[in-house]
Design a protein around this ligand. Structure first.
Ligand code: ZN
Length: 297
C-alpha cells in the first residue's frame, strides 16, 4: 500500500467517525427523556398549581416551576440564568398564555424540541376596546376550568402512557371546581351589577364572572404607580356614583386605596389574586374560598 492509499483510508475512517459522532449527538439531543423522565416545567405559580393537580400519581415525570413562586406576576419579567437552565432541559413547557410570558420566544429558541402548552386556548381577552390584553384569566373560575382542560388534553397527547391519569385527575379537579363555582356564584349573587373600583387588574376576570360593574385602574399590581390626577378623578367618580367598594390584592401596598377610602367612605376588600402563595394542591380552591368569605361581608 502506498502512502496515498493510506491517507485516503485514514480520511475515510475519520469521516465515518465524524458522521457517526454527529448522528450520535443528534440522537441524544432528540432523545428528550434522557434520564427516562418527562420533564414538565410550568412558567409561574398559578400554572404550577394546575399542573400539580393534573400530574399527581403520573409515572416517570418530573414537574418543576420556572419562576420563583414568590415572583408574582410575570409582567416585564426578565429570565434568570437559573430559569434558562430549567427550560433548556424541559420536554414540555406549560404557559398561561395571552401574552403573560412575553419571553416565550427566547425560551423556544433555546430548546427547539420542547413542546409548549398554552393554557389560554379558547379564552377570550377581556379588554376589547384596544390592543392591550389582560392575561389574568384564572380569577374567573370558568376560565380556570378551561385552562385545566387545555393542559390535561395536551398532556394526554404528549404522554400517552399517563393519559388515563391526566384525564382522571383533571375530571376530579374540575368536579371540585364546578361545585365550588356553583356555591360561589350563589353566595355572591348580591354583587351582580354592583359598582366597584378595582385597583388590581387581576380581578377584572373575577368581576366578569360575578357580573360586577367594575372600573379597573391598570397599575401593574402596584398602586403607587397611580398618578395624583387619576386618584382625584377616581375619588370624584366614586362620590358621584356612590361607589362603595374598592378591590385590592392582600399583598398590595394599600396606601392609595386607604386615601381613596378615607375620601369616599368606601370599604377596601383585600382579595387574593392567586399570583403567589403556598404550593399545595388546593391553593386555588383555598383562594376562591378566601375571596368568597371576604366578598360575602
Ligand atoms: Zn399581572
Amino acid at each position: 500500500m502506498n502512502k496515498k492509499k493510506i491517507t485516503i483510508i485514514i480520511v475515510i475512517i475519520l469521516a465515518i467517525l465524524l458522521v457517526g459522532f454527529i448522528v450520535w449527538k443528534n440522537l441524544n439531543k432528540n432523545n428528550i427523556q434522557d434520564d427516562g423522565k418527562l420533564k414538565i416545567v410550568t412558567s409561574f405559580y398559578p400554572i404550577y398549581i394546575i399542573a400539580q393537580n393534573i400530574t399527581e400519581g403520573a409515572n416517570n415525570i418530573e414537574l418543576g416551576n420556572m419562576a420563583d413562586v414568590n415572583v408574582g406576576c410575570l409582567h416585564d419579567y426578565t429570565l434568570t440564568t437559573e430559569d434558562m437552565k430549567k427550560v433548556e432541559k424541559a420536554d414540555v413547557f406549560v404557559v398561561n398564555g395571552l401574552g403573560m410570558e412575553n419571553f416565550i420566544d427566547k425560551v423556544i429558541n433555546s430548546n427547539n424540541t420542547m413542546q409548549v402548552i398554552d393554557s389560554s386556548n379558547g379564552i377570550e381577552n377581556i379588554i376589547k376596546d384596544d390592543n392591550e390584553t389582560n392575561p389574568h384569566i384564572w380569577t374567573n373560575i370558568n376560565n380556570y376550568i378551561t385552562q385545566v382542560k387545555n393542559i390535561s388534553e395536551r398532556l394526554q397527547q404528549i404522554d400517552s402512557k399517563n393519559a388515563n391519569i391526566y384525564k382522571e385527575n383533571a375530571e376530579n379537579y374540575i368536579n371540585q371546581l364546578e361545585k365550588l363555582e356553583e356555591e360561589y356564584i350563589q353566595k355572591l349573587e348580591g354583587l351582580k351589577g354592583k359598582k366597584v373600583v378595582n385597583l388590581n387588574e387581576a380581578f377584572e376576570y373575577l368581576g366578569q364572572e360575578l357580573q360586577m360593574e367594575m372600573t379597573t385602574i391598570e397599575t401593574n399590581h402596584e398602586e403607587s404607580t397611580m398618578s395624583a390626577e387619576m386618584m382625584s378623578s377616581i375619588i370624584e367618580k366614586m362620590k358621584n356614583e356612590n361607589i362603595q367598594m374598592i378591590l385590592v390584592d392582600k399583598n398590595d401596598n394599600k396606601t392609595m386605596a386607604e386615601t381613596i377610602a378615607n375620601e369616599t367612605g368606601a370599604k377596601i376588600y383585600e382579595l387574593d389574586s392567586g399570583l403567589k402563595g403556598s404550593i399545595e394542591k388546593d391553593a386555588y380552591i383555598n383562594m376562591v374560598k378566601y375571596n368568597m368569605e371576604i366578598l360575602q361581608n
